[in-house]
Design a protein around this ligand. Structure first.
Ligand code: NOJ
Length: 970
């Protein structure tokens, strides 16, 4: 109970750090959250608190396939109300716990998971159920690593344990509450006093009847049936539907996840003693103007997945709920975490992810919601955006300037001003008279364009997109369920397509067709298949709506209220756009669609960015943390506006921001319409040359990034990996979120986010050698963990190679990344302290789906000491490692000599660099022939002293990157 009371102890003093921007609700301004919080308060003050929810043992049933358990649940508060519980174990050990009201007066929203999940999960066949008098238990897993899921009956508590240690507990604090549907009771009229009686002037008081449920629900019906906030009244025709659940991790001291919040990776507390924030984390997709860089406020997207981590294990929960949700986090004791989730509506549908290692948890979570879609390769290069490039000639001149300055760039973007009166798809012909020619000029050097398409449709019948949507009856409705909803956005009076309506899907796809196939329908013939799409404002953002969005009582397809599914809205729009872009060609090509709003599963449809950040050092720093949080929550293809959306960053800040961007999965510069132009070629020297080098560094490393993206697309591993992921047992790294690893490459980066810095402290978690990427300077870590000081002048990002890594890069500067297709590789072998190393390279055509049919190259490079010699070798990995990072389907069709491999057979390794050899070799041979090499003496990889590493450079060692070879250094 100590844990309980400290979790629930709410201190009264607000924290100076907390922000309460006017436009958005705090917990205390939302009736359902007030009720959930009040419930927690009452529990905290009552040492005898016991959840009223219990399982009726007589109703227990185990399904014939032995995978699921169902039972009736009752609440002692309302014995006549029935709830149904369903607990099932999936083939990968994930446990799904579902509870809903049965035969109630209404139906709770139960479709969130069907949008978020990739497919219906397969259940396990190997579960052993033990039914006792007071509990039922499912046991599975190998003998040495047993997982138990125990459901105790009275009160209802679900506990997942591993080897007897409790890992995740649902309702352990007794805060489960599913407000059932009820009939609104009209207030009893006060009895009028008898004329001339004693109390002639006042109505007689109705004697107060004590509510026997008030210990749990409180005395007041707080905001059950209507709620007014500012000028908006939410009609709440279905009454209260709040869902509260406490989720505890009794043996885990850090919790991560639940993006998107501008905060640290290891989530600071919001409750309990010494809470850090005085507001719970909120998930309610919102367009927050100039958001605070340190806050629990909800932002544009929501992923309700949370991980809890300790030295011993990593576990998680995915709470499939799309309504407004507030989450309190507390660490009542060091090494334990308690969370309380309060949602406005929806069923209980919680997935318990048993881990036990970070890699397992990512696999489990992305097994449910899908992995990051493998992006077209050009889209992981550099993107140049601003609101706005104002004309087709402007676009052409920006392209020319990049080329004149030898700065690589792959994509030019157009924001909303390309569209006449912000009617998306319709070019403003005054400024863009020749859109197709403009795009073709860009694509002539294998570049692309990305053009914005927002979800609001200008309500004028001359706009074919609006007209067609209206004719099809696919626009969102107001609370009567009949009339079109009208709100304000960039295009003035606007309507919104209801993407929950399946009738909108084929129609939406048709809009993006670049050829006219149906005469009377709009198709974007003034576009080309080199144009990809940016979906913005899809929370949806509505300037005159409550909290800048849609009224909660608006009606979507199926009769659901907006409140039920708000957080899914952006994902559905993104999904349909992504399918539309994919469907433009036959065979389909990989689409690139950037979204601002997102939910669990959005990673299947493209990329996201963190929205309207500010050009400040704080925003630069927190953007990286947000990207790490998104990466572990499955959304690897994420980034922040380089330079900051608002403001005019000084050159130093802009340069540092380019370093951050170059080490972010999605790398795009963007700026608000009121900012000064800041394309990198406008910088003065030395800044301009520094940024040119940064862009070239990103391009040189594209093979590393692409390999990481590929791995992520197969097994859900983050593209950028925080310390706890790579070193799950190193406690000192659990809260580190300002340095991280790039995929599994061994690159460790700590971008500078402080003005005036000249050096950086980098934490090395192990007794291993790390090499400065640029200078070859060695740093020797320690098993206890060690901070080393790395020089960080403006032209160098602190970037280390972990000893034991082999990096494939392409060092020839080109104007765009597809032009590097046939470029040779450099392999950098950074030996570990024992003289070994390994690395990987994944390649495919970068734009089609031929890789799914096995058209790919996947190589493993190794270095190993044998006797006095070091052997550096390359081998095919796809065939050798079926369980690793090539997906099953592709692997089944894989042939080492596939069409793509044949195409790149002539691509050679032009340089091999080996760092950390002990001494000058006597010979460096490939197949018995001496190669052309040079050696610069220096520190050996195994040395405890630090200094510049020895360097062997072999020129033109091998003729094919796809070949099997072995170089012997002796
Ligand atoms: C809001 C977006 O967040 C921003 O990136 C964009 O430039 C503006 N909308 C205008 O479209």
């Amino acid at each position: 109970m100590r844990a309980l009371s400290s979790l629930l102890l709410l201190a009264a003093i607000p924290l100076a750090l907390a922000v309460k921007p006017e436009d958005f609700k705090t917990c205390s301004q939302a009736a359902f959250c007030r009720r959930g919080k009040a419930l927690a308060d009452r529990a905290g003050q009552n040492p005898d608190w016991k959840s009223p929810y219990s399982v009726d043992p007589s109703s227990l049933a185990i399904s014939s396939d032995k995978a699921a358990f169902t039972a009736a649940v009752k609440s002692s508060l309302y014995p006549d109300i029935k709830f149904g519980l369903d607990v099932r174990v999936h083939h990968d050990g994930v446990v799904r716990v579902r509870m809903d009201e049965v035969d109630g007066k209404g139906k709770r929203y139960d479709e969130t998971a069907s949008w978020a999940l990739l497919s219906e999960p397969q259940v396990s066949k190997d579960i052993q159920w033990t039914v006792g008098k007071k509990e039922v238990k499912a046991t599975y897993g190998p003998k040495t690593d047993k997982v138990d899921v125990e459901i105790t009956f009275d009160p209802l508590v679900v506990t997942l344990s591993r080897n007897g240690r409790s890992e995740v507990v649902l309702n352990g604090l007794g805060l489960l509450h599913m407000e059932h549907f009820r009939t609104k009771e009209e207030p009893k009229p006060a009895v009028e006093a008898v004329e001339g009686g004693e109390d002639a002037q006042t109505p007689m008081e109705v004697p107060e009847v004590h509510n026997p449920r008030s210990w749990f629900e409180g005395e007041e019906e707080d905001g059950y049936w209507e709620e007014t906030w500012k000028s908006w009244t939410d009609s709440k025709p279905k009454g209260p539907q709040m869902l509260s659940i406490d989720i505890s991790f009794p043996n885990h001291g850090h919790v991560y996840g639940i993006p998107q919040h501008a905060t640290r990776l290891s989530l600071p507390t919001t409750s309990g003693q010494d809470f850090f924030y005085n507001e719970p984390y909120r998930l309610w997709n919102s367009d927050v103007f100039e958001y605070h860089a340190d806050s629990t406020m909800s932002l544009y997207g929501s992923i309700p997945v949370m991980y809890a981590h300790s030295k011993e294990s990593t576990v998680g929960v995915f709470n499939a709920i799309a309504s407004d949700t507030f989450i309190d986090v507390a660490h009542p004791e060091p090494g334990s975490s308690y969370t309380h989730w309060i949602s406005e509506s929806g069923i209980l549908d919680v997935f318990l992810l048993p881990g036990p290692k970070p890699a397992d948890i990512f696999k489990q979570y992305t097994g449910l919601t899908g992995t990051q879609a493998l992006p077209p390769q050009w889209s992981i290069a550099y993107h140049q955006c601003r609101w706005n490039y104002v004309s087709s000639d402007d676009v052409r001149s920006v392209q020319t300037r990049f080329d004149e300055e030898d700065m690589p760039v792959d994509v030019f973007w157009l924001d909303i001003e390309y569209a006449e009166e912000h009617k998306y798809f319709i070019w403003d012909k005054k400024n863009f008279p020749d859109p197709v020619d403009m795009v073709n000029d860009v694509s002539a050097v294998e570049r692309k364009m990305v053009v914005i398409v927002d979800p609001h449709l200008k309500r004028v019948h001359s706009y074919p997109v609006y007209k067609e949507a209206q004719d099809l009856d696919v626009l969102a409705k107001v609370k009567d369920g009949q009339s079109e909803y009208e709100g304000w956005c960039w295009s003035g009076s606007s309507a919104w397509v209801d993407f929950f309506n399946p009738a909108s899907w084929e129609w939406w796809k048709g809009l993006f067709k670049t050829v006219q196939s149906e005469p009377d329908k709009f198709a974007w013939i003034e576009s080309t298949t080199d144009v990809h799409i940016w979906n913005d404002m899809n929370e949806p953002a509505i300037f005159n709506g409550p909290e800048i969005s849609m009224p909660r009582d608006n009606i979507h397809y199926g009769g659901w209220e907006h409140r039920d599914l708000h957080n899914l809205n952006g994902m559905l729009f993104h999904n349909q756009t992504s399918q539309a872009v994919r469907a433009r060609t036959d065979p389909p090509m990989r689409p690139f669609v950037l979204t601002r709003s997102f939910f669990a599963g959005s990673q299947r449809f493209g990329a996201m960015w963190t929205g309207d950040n500010l050009g400040t050092w704080e925003h630069m720093a927190v953007g990286m943390k947000m990207v790490l949080s998104l990466n572990i929550a499955g959304f690897a293809f994420s980034g922040s506006d380089v330079g900051g959306f608002f403001g005019n960053p000084e050159p130093e800040m802009l340069v540092r921001w380019y370093h951050v961007g170059a080490f972010t999965p999605f790398f795009r510069a963007h700026a608000h319409i009121d900012t000064k132009r800041r394309e990198p070629y406008l910088l003065d020297e030395p800044y301009k040359s520094i940024v040119r080098d940064i862009l070239r560094l990103r391009y040189a490393m594209l093979p590393i990034w692409y390999t990481a993206f590929h791995e992520s697309s197969v097994n859900g591993m983050p593209v950028v990996r925080p310390h706890f992921v790579v070193f799950p047992e190193d406690e000192a790294g659990f809260a580190i979120d300002d340095q991280f690893f790039v995929g599994g490459s061994g690159l460790l980066v700590k971008p500078v986010t402080e003005k005036g810095a000249t050096e950086a402290q980098v934490y090395l978690p192990e007794d291993q050698v790390y090499y400065d990427y640029f200078s070859g300077q060695t740093y020797r870590g320690s098993a206890k963990g060690k901070n080393v000081t790395v020089p960080a002048p403006l032209d160098k990002v602190p970037l280390l190679i972990r000893g034991g890594s082999i990096l494939p890069t392409r060092e020839r500067p080109r104007r765009s990344s597809p032009l590097m297709r046939r470029d040779p590789f450099t392999l950098t072998v950074a030996l570990d302290k024992a003289g070994g190393a390994r690395g990987e390279l994944y390649l495919d055509d970068g734009e089609s789906y031929a890789h799914e049919g096995g058209a790919l190259v996947w190589r493993e490079f190794t270095a190993a000491r044998r006797g006095k010699a070091t052997h550096v070798a390359s081998a095919d990995l796809a065939a050798a490692k079926p369980e690793a990072a090539v997906d099953g389907a592709a692997l089944a069709l894989y042939d080492k000599d596939n069409a793509f491999a044949a195409e790149v057979r002539a691509v050679r390794v032009e340089k091999l660099v080996v760092l950390g050899l002990e001494k000058k070799p006597g010979s460096v041979k490939l197949a018995g022939s001496e190669l052309d090499w040079e050696f610069v003496p220096g520190v050996a990889s195994g040395a405890s002293k630090e200094g510049v590493a020895s360097q062997l450079v072999v020129k033109n060692p091998v003729a094919s990157i796809t070949g099997d070879w072995e170089i012997v250094i002796q």
